[in-house]
Structures are given as C-alpha cells and as structure tokens.
Ligand binder design. Structure first.
Ligand code: PLP
Length: 373
C-alpha cells in the first residue's frame, strides 16, 4: 500500500496515541469540576496549553480548542462577522480556500454580508494591487489560507498583514491547516489562525483557533464553561495533550523534513513532466508537500481508480470537495476548465520513501498508457 494523501489526514504518531490513552485513563475528571480531581485535571490541562502556546509563540489565553479546522474556520469567520457587524459587513477571501471557508462565506453572504474574492497572480499568490482596490473602511475580515490544500500555494502573510495596517476595522484570519507542523509560520502577522493536529501526525477530533488578545468573537457553539468564553463544551484533556505532543514532535523537525520532502517533490515532478498530457498545476515554489497535476483528457476519478487498483492512494482534490466538479483553486490559477476537471493531488510526508515515489511513477506510466488515447 502506498499512501500519498497526507494533506487529507496523517497517521497518528505512536507517542501521540500513547499520550491520549495515558491521559484518558489517568485523568477522569472534568477539568471544570470544583472538586480536587477536577482541579488536578485543570492544572495538567493548563500545562499542556502552556506548552502549545510556547511552541507557537502566543499567549495561553489566545488558544481556543475546537473539534477540527472546519470548526475553527467557522468560528473565526462567523465569530468576527457577527461580533463586528456594526463596524462593517464586507469580507474578502480568495478562490483558493478550503470548503470550510468558502461555504462559511456563502452562509454569511446569505445572511447579508458582502463578499469579494481577490484575484491571484500566475504563481497563485494574492494580487496585492487588487486587494488594495478591494479594501474598504467597512471591510472587517480578510480570510485566506497560508498554504492552500489543493495546489499548495504559499501566501506572503507579512505583505498582506502590512497592507491591512491602514484598515483598523479589518482582521486578518489565516487558515494554516496545511502549514502548521510543516513550514515555519510567524504568528505575529495574523489576528486569527486555524489549524488541526491530524494534519501532522496528531489525532482527529481536535482543532485549534488562535485568536489574538483583545479580539472578540460571537460564539458559534453556546453552552457552559470550557477553557474559553468563545467556545463551550467540556475540554478533552487527552486530546489537548495529544495536540501538544504532536506539535512537540513536529516543530523541531520542520526544516529537515521540508528539505527531505523537497527532494521527493523534485523526483516526482521530473517523473511527471515527461508526459505530453500532464500539466503540473502546483507552481515550483508551492509547498513541497503538495503536487497537483492534471492529465488532459482523462477523468481524474478514472486515474484515481487505476492507481487504487495497485493500492496507491491519491486524491483528486481536497477530501471535502464534491468529486467531478472543477477544482476551484486550479481554475483560479489556470483559467482552464478542462485542467480543473482532471486534477490529481499527491501529498507527501517525511514518511514517504523514494521507493514509493518510484513505484508510483511506474504504475502511473502504465495507467497513462491505458487511459490517454
Ligand atoms: N482548511 C484546510 C486548508 C484544510 O486542508 C482542511 C482539511 O483538509 C480543513 C481546513 C478542514 O480540516 P478538518 O478536517 O480538520 O476540519
């Protein structure tokens, strides 16, 4: 079996799993319970939060736990939109975003908010001149991904942050779900930031939203006491500990893993470039963890199926997207509907071996000969 869909989900590290089991059995109380067992759990939970805060360079109070990146994006966008609606109802985003952002902005549009999509340049980076044109005194939010999930384009956060300085009512939300744990992210440049540990060998079921001090959010999930006023529900200590562990296991290795994966990426690109009908959609300076390409004239699902028959697992696009519809990010980048309808996404890991890439390329060659007429 060759798994090449690490952008969708990663296998949990055994130390992460162990920490989850250990903490689930060791600490049975609700951290908000007023008895001694609850207080003990709360102390341990605060320590885990402290470790996460240190690793990310933020305050403990700036961390909000959610169920995943989808919920974090919902809370960031709806939370800001509803909290600051009297300051304005204008939101800016891009066509590169994950469905958890695009569907949320659609919901906000239906609720009376005005949404603009900023153009991207040929290399996929946000057109800063267009962004300047779109920004208004009533713009309350710019939301975009640091690394998009389908093509892997990296956005220049500092340049965007600097541009927003002249707009005091506007917050900058970054979906860093494909970035945290894989590339160095400077959280100084953002007001809100989303990520989820299941993308870097942590567990499913927990997401994090960083919200800088002083920013208010209208909660999406109302209820009782949690670790924050902005999201209710009993905090799950074992998941929080597993998130701290996943970050501790990933962040110190970012540079070495990045370099290793860059090598795999070059090998993969070289192998694919020789085919006349293959168009590599990911720009050369995209995140090396993602290689998105189209095979002209071939339905992506047919290619995926052919690879799957040899136990090779790749994505046609982001796991949350409807199959057989054009890829929005690829269309935004290429303006070619045919390319956008036939995309395959390979996502790599430090766990991917050179031999796996070679086997993939061998099977790809056979499938290409069978499918491209
Ligand atoms: N944002 C991006 C950029 C993603 O890649 C994903 C998942 O693929 C999500 C959000 C949603 O993540 P989750 O599955 O944790 O809700």
């Amino acid at each position: 079996m060759i798994y090449l869909d690490y952008a969708a989900n990663t296998p949990a590290h055994e130390e992460v799993l162990k920490s989850f089991v250990d903490f689930s059995t060791q600490y049975i109380a609700n951290p908000n319970a007023s008895h001694a067992l609850g207080k003990e759990t709360k102390i341990v939970l605060d320590e885990a939060t402290e470790r996460i805060a240190k690793l990310l360079g933020v305050q403990k109070s700036e961390i909000i736990y959610t169920s995943g990146a989808t919920e974090s994006n919902n809370l960031a966008l709806k939370g800001i939109a509803y909290q600051y609606r009297r300051k304005g109802k204008h939101i800016i985003t891009t066509y590169l975003e994950h469905s958890s952002v695009t569907s949320t902005v659609t919901a906000l549009q239906n609720a009376g908010y005005e949404v603009d999509f900023v153009d991207v340049l040929k290399d996929g980076q946000v057109d800063l001149e267009h962004l300047k044109e779109l920004l208004r005194p009533d713009t309350i939010l710019v939301s975009l991904s640091h690394v998009d999930s389908e093509v892997g384009i990296k956005q220049p956060l500092k340049a965007i942050h600097d541009l927003l300085e002249g707009y005091p009512n506007c917050f900058f939300h970054v979906d860093a779900t494909q970035a945290i744990g894989k590339i160095v992210v400077d959280l100084k440049d953002v007001d809100l930031l989303t990520f989820a540990p299941h993308k870097f060998y942590g567990l499913n079921g927990i997401g994090i939203l960083i919200k800088k001090e002083g920013i208010m959010l209208e909660p999406v999930i109302h209820g009782g006491i949690s670790t924050t006023a902005f999201r209710s529900g009993t905090p799950t200590l074992a998941l929080i500990e597993s998130a701290a562990k996943a970050l501790e296991l990933a962040i110190p290795h970012i540079d070495e893993r990045y370099t290793y994966v860059e090598g795999l990426n070059i090998k993969l690109r070289k192998g694919l470039e020789k085919y006349a009908n293959v168009h590599i959609n990911s720009p050369k300076d995209a995140s090396p963890f993602i290689v998105n390409f189209s095979v002209k004239g071939v339905n992506a699902a047919a290619f995926q199926q052919a690879l799957e028959e040899c136990e090779i697992y790749v994505a046609t696009k982001s796991a949350c997207c409807v199959v057989n519809t054009p890829s929005r990010p690829v269309y935004a980048l290429t303006k070619d509907r045919k390319l956008a309808l036939s995309t395959l996404r390979i996502s790599l890991s430090h766990l991917t071996t050179e031999e796996e890439i070679e086997s993939f390329l061998e099977v790809f060659e056979r499938s290409y000969k069978n499918l491209v007429k």
